[in-house]
Design a protein. Structure first.
Length: 86
């Protein structure tokens, strides 16, 4: 008498682990829903404008951040390209 009925149970372990790994990878990576910066963002170069007027002076390392920086507000810095051709 052969015990072929238990063989599928042994194969279920690695198959289940692979399926779980792939599901977690897709859930956390969201590679199909990522923002493609190179394709969806238009960056237009404009001439540099400004003046040589001195505004403020910071000596040493008293201030570790620049006042008014927008490093963490990337959604306000980057805007999607809107195609009105549809």
């Amino acid at each position: 008498m052969s015990d072929d009925g238990g063989l599928w149970l042994l194969a279920l372990g690695p198959a289940g682990a692979t399926a779980l790994y792939w599901a977690l990878y897709r859930y956390y990576r969201n590679t199909d829903k990522s923002h493609a910066f190179e394709r969806e963002t238009a960056v237009e170069a404009k001439p540099v404008t400004g003046s040589e007027r001195k505004v403020d002076e910071v000596k040493g390392t008293r201030e570790t951040r620049i006042r008014g920086d927008n490093v963490r507000a990337y959604r306000t810095r980057v805007q999607r390209v809107r195609n009105d051709s549809s």
